[in-house]
Design a protein around this ligand. Structure first.
Ligand code: SF4
Ligand code: MSK
Length: 670
């Protein structure tokens, strides 16, 4: 039976994306949405029950009690597939972190053209955490030592990964007790592959213990290093005005999109687009200037630091090209669809690969090298400008929305107390009093098998109504941005207690905390909340939940697992890589139960898969309330809050000036 095709409205809730999907249909061009409709996912593979680790297979296990040729059980095969995915995700983040550390080293030694240490305060703070001497030393000297320390974390063979020292004390002790303290990033990833080779580790729970160790080496290792170095080199994010969605593209300008994850090249592209020589070159080509925007997490990197607009999230990479208005899409690593090249051949868009690690057949390759970064950025930009003359008919959706991104943990600390008394105290107090019921981090990708952006934004909206503070990263953050949830004037979405806090502090309902590698910022916030006092002495006691409602990448599984290892309850939507198969494999599999209850018993955190968005919301609230009760905090009661004077002030502010004066001073004072 032919598979049913979804309408554009069923594929995405985003109006700009819908318009481009209709255009795709009229031009007869396929996208990931169409391919997802055409391709039925293999139910054995999606449940993690297919093993192809040796030449005796592939072995597809479909019934209770069945085994592979070697005797491997469903549990072993699911655990092996899961740890391999986590190891791949950890390797992607961590290799990014390694490259950032090498860039820091090059900058410290004056070998990286165009880069400087933008955030010396952050450099000193991070260095001091590791007892690197800072007093009386030049930033470059400190950066050199920090770079050496960070580079060493990848190849370290013994001992403990140094950045794990930033976790709460009790958590560190727990990791040591359970034998999951990572030794070195590369070592844990290599061992994951070794253990899953035919004939090695065949006890599912033992395999998954190492999955936890590998994931910790990502979250408290490679990813944390990536975030630290990005902040040091490009500045710690602070609120800035930005825009999101395909409507940021311009008909009268050269449209250049950066897509991928690493900020090293994109930051130089930002600098190059502002170079008078390049602007003149663009004008000479007949355009009114250069319009830079981003897709995916590269978008997040330059959005939260410079306010460069985000053209869209993961599922909009093809749709941006569909506008016909993009001269070049410059890609680095991760989440880049191979389909871009074929799709771009229908238009004039050039797909330019830049990483030595990533080539796509048919794309133009212009390799990036941080030692000549600005020069290369300008060369790439010239290719885009030269391509403007080839532009044909365009259709740019009008939809775009303003947003305020840039809520790094440093900024959250500052905004809660100002420079006089920067502190997490007000946040903890608000949770303890019940004004804020709890915290949810909504992160991760889009997946064309679910309605684009719907899960992210629906879950966020429902939780906001329940006074849950929302922080977001990655493509989920861009989904919220496109709906205007990252603006102060969206406060109507929010429950009464949370609204009081937002009005007092001056923050939007959803806080944008960065790219997917920046989920480490959330670990830092949770640790600071613990250290502030009043919410227990470890992360597993904080009323907080992590959600990845539309996940698709292996990185998401690594993120979810390091959050579990850190004590968080994590809820994923969409496909469950360790599920049972209805009618064939009964109930939850051993692995599914283990990453839920088993991990909770060991680490206080758990990983669960829920497909229904309302159930996701209910599970989140239930977990938050359970943690509140365990801390002895008052039960959540929305009727207690919402009467602050700030609300009255906002009412005044919304009045036309004449009425406002009349309300304040009487009708005669006009
Ligand atoms: Fe089959 Fe075992 Fe080989 Fe996997 S390792 S493919 S289960 S024989
Ligand atoms: S880009 S990993 S689709 S968040 Fe970070 Fe988005 Fe997920 Fe890629």
């Amino acid at each position: 039976m032919a598979k049913e095709k979804r309408t554009a409205e069923e594929k995405t809730i985003d109006l700009a994306a819908q318009e481009m999907l209709i255009r795709a249909d009229s031009l007869g061009i396929g996208t990931a949405f169409h391919r997802a409709d055409d391709m039925t996912a293999c139910n054995i593979g999606s449940a993690g029950m297919c093993c192809k680790l040796c030449g005796m297979g592939p072995c597809r296990l479909t019934k209770d009690g069945s085994t592979g040729v070697c005797g491997a059980t469903i549990g072993t095969i699911q655990a092996r597939n899961l740890i391999r995915a986590i190891a791949a995700g950890a390797s992607a983040h961590s290799d990014h972190g390694r490259d950032m550390a090498f860039t820091l080293k090059a900058v410290a030694n004056g070998e990286a053209e165009g880069y400087t240490i933008r955030d010396v305060a952050r450099l000193r703070t991070v260095a001091a955490m590791y007892d690197i001497p800072i007093e009386g030393r030049a930033p470059e000297e400190i950066a050199n030592d920090l770079a050496d320390l960070y580079i060493a974390q990848f190849g370290q063979q013994r001992g403990e990964l140094v950045p794990t020292s930033r976790a709460p004390e009790k958590r560190i002790k727990l990791w040591r007790e359970k034998g999951v303290m990572p030794r070195g990033v590369d070592r844990e990833i290599v061992e994951s592959l070794h253990r899953t080779h035919i004939g090695d580790d065949q006890d599912p729970t033992h395999i998954l213990q190492h999955a936890i160790r590998t994931a910790i080496s990502d979250g408290w290792g490679g990813s944390m290093i990536a975030t630290d170095v990005s902040d040091i080199l490009f500045g710690t994010p602070a609120p800035v005005l930005g825009q999101a969605n395909l409507g940021v593209l311009r008909d009268d300008m050269i449209n250049v999109i950066v897509h991928g994850h690493e900020p090293t090249l994109s930051q130089m592209i930002v600098a190059a687009t502002q170079d008078p020589e390049m602007i003149e070159y663009a004008k000479a080509a007949g355009a009114s200037g250069i319009n830079l925007s981003g897709i995916c997490c590269t978008a997040n990197e330059i959005l939260m630091r410079q306010g460069i607009p985000a053209a869209g999230n993961f599922l909009q990479q093809e749709l941006a090209i569909m506008t016909g208005a993009v001269e070049a899409m410059i890609v680095d690593v991760q989440c880049i669809m191979q389909a871009l090249v074929a799709l771009a051949s229908n238009f004039h868009t050039k797909i330019i690969t830049t990483s030595p690690k990533v080539r796509i057949t048919g794309a133009t390759h212009m390799e990036f090298d941080e030692h000549r970064a600005l020069t290369i950025a300008k060369e790439i930009l010239k290719v885009a400008i030269d391509n403007y003359k080839n532009r044909g008919e365009t259709q740019i959706p009008i939809h775009r929305e303003d947003l305020i991104p840039g809520f790094s943990h440093e900024y959250i600390n500052y905004m809660l107390g100002g420079s006089y008394r920067a502190s997490f105290r007000p946040l903890n107090d608000a949770i303890m009093s019940g004004r804020i019921r709890g915290v949810a981090a909504i992160v991760g990708c889009n997946n064309p098998r679910s309605q684009h952006d719907f899960f992210h934004t629906y879950v966020a909206e429902q939780l906001l109504k329940q006074d849950v503070l929302i922080v977001e990263t990655g493509c989920g953050a861009i989904a919220s941005a496109k709906l205007g949830h990252m603006l102060g004037d969206s406060l109507d979405l929010v429950g009464p207690g949370l609204r009081e806090i937002m009005e007092t502090v001056g923050i939007p309902p959803v806080l944008h905390m960065g790219s997917c590698v920046d989920n480490t910022r959330i670990l830092t916030v949770l640790t600071q909340m613990v250290n502030e006092g009043g919410l227990g002495d470890d992360i597993d006691q904080v009323p907080a939940v992590g959600l990845a409602p539309e996940w698709m990448s292996e990185k998401a599984l690594s993120i979810g697992s390091y959050c579990v290892a850190s004590g968080a309850c994590v809820i994923f939507g969409g496909s469950n890589p360790v599920e049972g198969m209805p009618d064939r494999v009964s109930g939850s599999t051993d692995v599914e139960s283990f990453i839920d209850q088993g991990w909770e018993d060991l680490y206080g955190g758990k990983l669960i898969f829920i497909n229904d968005p309302d159930e996701m919301v209910n599970a989140t609230l239930a977990h938050i309330d359970k943690k509140r009760a365990a801390l002895g905090l008052p039960a959540y009661d929305p009727n207690k809050f919402g009467q602050s004077g700030d609300a009255r002030m906002l009412e005044f502010e919304s009045l036309p000036i004449v009425e406002r004066r009349a309300a304040l001073y009487g009708a005669s004072d006009k």
